[in-house]
Structures are given as structure tokens and as C-alpha cells.
Write a protein that binds this ligand. Structure first.
Ligand SMILES: Nc1ncnc2c1ncn2[C@@H]1O[C@H](COP(=O)(O)OP(=O)(O)O)[C@@H](O)[C@H]1O
Ligand SMILES: [Mg+2]
Length: 242
């Protein structure tokens, strides 16, 4: 079973002569271990697509299943629960809480799902160490570099062991080299743990970390290409490598 399956989804904003078809009949399956880069011109519908896949926005037409369940049928509380446990989000701005340390920021989603503070902080620490931030645990965001902040955001997105991490322009505020490094770290970590990653980006260099590259134009999925992901990751399109 696919983690996410979208079938013939469309999204129309507005009505009448001002209506905009932001997504036009897109179908897509996301499998365990997938690393999907979504590329396309500004205004082509990338944010709309990833928002719908992440349950943050409802399609106007078509169906989205997460772990086989039609999300349009789900009550709001169940949907919120799904978001909390199955999905991890990363956005362009690092949106870390400025009064909290790196470790506390990474622990937020764990406390949100009810893990006691001590355990949440312990797990956040382990994650940050894995992301090579072991010596930055007590730093406030203002005392972290852009790349370090984004790695804290990676830790936060991974914290609840989500099935899918959705990232919208996560490297937009980083220089190209740093952005590439952070995404490589995210993808290798997620992939080695059997999670899927969907990244929206303008940065063609991220083709190197992706397994699949999806091109969106005018709301339509116009083509899919292979990425250059060459890592040591044990998952290959939903199957365990032997
Ligand atoms: N909330 C909204 N209301 C009306 N139009 C919107 C809204 N969000 C996006 N759009 C329009 O939908 C199209 C796709 O937008 P978006 O998904 O943000 O594109 P991208 O992320 O590729 O730049 C654009 O024409 C945009 O103006
Ligand atoms: Mg966008």
C-alpha cells in the first residue's frame, strides 16, 4: 500500500470568472523510501499540491488516501491526529521558536503527542546528535547559523517518526551548498528509516538527493524523471534492498 495516493486531484481557488485552477487532474503515489523533488515555475501549483498531500488543504475534486484511508472521509480530530503522527513539515522560514533552545525546539512535536518532557528532550538530543548538532543543543536560534537552524527544523520534522516529510522550499533561505547538505542529511536519514520525503524546490541541484523528480506546469504534472540519488539507503521505491 502506498503511504499517500492522490487520484485525479484538482484545486480551484475562487469562483466564476476569477476562478483559478491551481491543480489540474494530478495523480501520484508516494511509497516508503521515496524521495520526491517537485519542481516547476513560480505559480505552477507546487505549494497547493504539497499542502493537499499534507492534509493542510482539501482538494476541490479527486481523492487522497493516506495509508489507504480516504482523508476526505476523516473527522477533523482524526485528521489532526494523522498530521501529528504520520506527517512532518518543513517550510521555507525555519519557524523555530526564538525563546527555546535547539533541543527544546526539536522536542516540541514529541511533547505535543504527549511524551513526558524528559523523554522528549532525550529523544530530541539523540536526533540532533544524529544531525551533527550535538554541540549546539543549548543554543537559541539567534545563535545558530542558517544551516544549523534548518537542521533543527529537520530534527523537528523527523521527531515523531512520520511516514512522510513534506518540505516546501526548505532551502530558499540558505546558500546553495548549505541547502544541499541539509537536504542530503534529511533524505539519507529519512530514507534509511523507511520514511518518504517530498521536497518542493527551485534548486535543480537537489536532483542529486532525489530519487524521483516531478515537474509541475500550470497545475499539471507534465513529467516525471529519475533523480540522481545514489546513497547508501536501504530502501528502494518501497522495497527493502537485499
Ligand atoms: N489561497 C489562494 N487563493 C487564490 N489563489 C491562490 C491561493 N493559493 C494559490 N493561489 C493561486 O494558485 C496558483 C498556484 O499557486 P502555488 O501553489 O502557490 O504555486 P507555487 O507554489 O508553484 O508557486 C497561483 O496562480 C496562485 O496565485
Ligand atoms: Mg510555493
Amino acid at each position: 500500500m502506498s503511504i499517500i495516493e492522490a487520484k485525479n486531484i484538482t484545486k480551484i481557488f475562487g469562483t466564476g470568472h476569477t476562478a483559478v485552477k491551481a491543480i489540474d487532474d494530478v495523480s501520484l503515489r508516494v511509497e516508503r523510501g521515496d524521495i520526491i523533488l517537485v519542481m516547476g515555475p513560480s505559480g505552477s501549483g507546487k505549494t497547493t499540491l504539497i499542502s493537499m498531500l499534507g492534509t493542510l488543504m482539501r482538494p476541490t475534486g479527486g481523492t487522497i488516501w493516506i495509508n489507504g484511508e480516504d482523508i476526505s472521509e476523516m473527522p477533523a480530530a482524526k485528521l489532526a491526529n494523522l498530521r501529528l503522527h504520520q506527517l512532518g513539515f518543513m517550510f521555507q522560514s525555519f519557524d523555530l521558536l526564538s525563546a527555546l533552545t535547539a533541543q527544546q525546539n526539536a522536542a516540541i512535536p514529541l511533547m505535543t503527542v504527549g511524551l513526558p518532557k524528559k523523554q522528549a528532550l532525550k529523544k530530541a538530543k539523540e536526533l540532533l546528535e544524529k544531525l551533527r548538532l550535538g554541540d549546539r543543543l543549548d543554543n537559541l536560534p539567534k545563535n545558530l547559523s542558517g544551516g544549523e537552524k534548518q537542521r533543527v527544523a529537520v530534527a523537528r520534522a523527523l521527531a515523531n517518526e512520520p511516514a512522510v516529510i513534506l518540505a516546501d522550499e526548505p532551502t530558499a533561505n540558505l546558500d546553495s551548498k548549505t541547502g544541499h547538505e541539509v537536504m542530503e542529511l534529511l533524505c539519507n536519514t529519512a530514507c534509511s528509516e523507511g520514511r518518504a520525503v517530498i521536497i518542493v524546490s527551485h534548486d535543480a541541484r537537489l536532483r542529486d538527493v532525489a530519487k524521483r523528480v516531478i515537474i509541475i506546469e500550470d497545475g499539471r504534472l507534465v513529467k516525471e524523471e529519475m533523480g540522481n540519488h545514489a546513497a547508501n539507503c536501504p530502501m528502494e521505491h518501497g522495497r527493502q534492498k537485499t
